[in-house]
Design a binder for this molecule. Structure first.
Ligand code: PLP
Length: 412
């Protein structure tokens, strides 16, 4: 790898060599991958870890006396420590391996079923992904609690003054994403956490979109729960993290029953294992957990400050080029945003543009981006979303813009 923390220059050419998939063609054209907010690509360093696991030490973990099992256990638990240290959690047992963001949210929502009663209130933000809306609606149905919505403005920002109006002594939980996947807005979670804590409410932050771009300090944020997915930060699919403060994780009941999560079992009574195993029933995604650790190492080797600075440059460049095109409207115009651009062109359906771009090897996402309430707010069925990672280039943006211009000419 051509970069390290001491490198000041951002050497995107050499970084791209780490990603085998970036060499492939689609429809006979070099792939331009701008769907990073849906899933990121995987560097060779992480692929090697996956191949090494299945080639050399695949075994079930914990309680195994044989060498392979111990090796796999050690690597898996080292990955947990790596995640703890990356996110600056106080204790390693506050890191729960999950299958991803959705699983982490459901684990917490399910646990709160036993802690909420009629009259309690939950606040979700208007900028949420469906996976951060539906579990809370289900929770409200089970407990009789009321769901309230923190509204957004035209720029795609949360209206913080409204937060003061809906927050009250009945508020038990607040759910907000750190960064919106549909618009890229960076939400003021520091203020939200501080205000929520004043009325004794817990806060869960969905970090699925933030972890690929910034490095959150969980102790400093003083957040109660934080969730993310490895596959959006150069790791594999099917694995993620739930961070919870120890006192909260102790209060929540286990989510699923099974092996691994018990201390003692008889037909009369089962006692549960301590943290983190209480929430990790069954054989986990062992290889995925280890590869998640490798992905964090990889991203740190490039450096999150370098990543943020470079991606911000890509965002500014692409935004300007897009606005030069007649009829382009960008949704999500906050000054605080990451490298996600959601837009439409006149009355052309996003799907038609996406389909034609694909014929030029350009991968973007079209639709509601699992955030229908945001689309309803703007009164549109969906958008075209181009989202960039540190391995994308200005040259790719140029090609995307000329491809888009051709597409518009064909469709109008
Ligand atoms: C992708 C995403 C999710 C869902 O993540 P999964 O890995 O599919 O569980 C949730 N919230 C946000 C903001 C996302 O971007």
């Amino acid at each position: 790898m051509g970069t390290s923390k001491t490198h000041i220059e951002f050497d995107v050419k050499s970084i791209r060599k780490d990603f085998p998939i970036l060499k492939r063609e689609v429809s006979g054209k070099p792939l331009i991958y701008f769907d990073n907010a849906a899933t990121s690509q995987t560097p060779q360093q992480v692929i090697d870890v996956i191949v090494d696991y299945y080639s050399n030490y695949n075994a079930n973990i914990h309680r195994g006396v044989h060498s392979l099992s111990q090796e796999a256990t050690d690597k898996y638990e080292q990955a947990r420590k790596k995640i703890q240290s990356h996110f600056n959690a106080k204790h390693v047992h506050e890191i729960i391996f999950t299958s991803g963001t959705t699983h982490g949210i459901n684990l917490v929502a399910n646990g709160f079923s036993s802690l909420l009663k009629k009259g309690d209130e939950i606040i979700v933000s208007a900028l949420e992904h469906h996976s951060n809306i539906v579990p809370w609606q289900m929770l409200c149905e089970r407990t009789g609690a009321t769901l309230r919505v923190l509204p957004m403005n035209e720029d795609g920002e949360l209206i913080l003054s409204e937060f003061d109006n809906i927050l009250n002594d009945n508020t038990k939980l607040v759910f907000v994403n750190h960064i919106s996947n549909a618009l890229g807005t960076i939400n003021p979670i520091e203020t939200i956490i501080e205000k929520a804590h004043k009325v004794g409410a817990a806060v869960l932050v969905d970090g699925a979109q933030s972890c690929p771009h910034i490095k959150p300090d969980l102790q400093k944020l003083d957040v109660d729960f934080y969730v993310c997915s490895a596959h959006k930060m150069c790791g594999p699919t099917g694995v993620g993290m739930l961070y919870g403060k120890q006192e909260w994780l102790e209060k929540l009941p286990p989510y699923q029953g099974g092996g691994e999560m018990i201390a003692e079992v008889s037909f009369e009574k089962t006692t549960y294992a301590g943290l983190p195993h209480k929430f990790e029933a069954g054989t986990p995604n062992i290889c995925g957990g280890i590869a998640f650790g490798a992905a964090i190492d990889y991203m740190n080797s490039i450096g999150f400050e370098n990543i943020a600075a470079y991606e911000n440059e890509l965002l500014g460049y692409a935004t300007q080029k897009l606005l030069d095109i007649d009829g382009v409207k960008i949704y999500g115009t906050s000054k605080h945003k990451t490298s996600v651009i959601s837009f439409n062109v006149g009355n052309i359906h996003p799907y038609d543009i996406g389909t034609l771009l694909d014929k030029m090897g350009i991968a973007v996402r079209t639709g509601h981006h699992c955030a229908q309430p945001i689309m309803d707010f703007y009164g549109i069925p969906g958008t075209i979303r181009a989202s960039f990672m540190f391995y994308n280039t200005k040259e790719e943006i140029d090609n995307f813009i000329s491809g888009l211009r051709k597409t518009i000419a064909m469709l109008s």
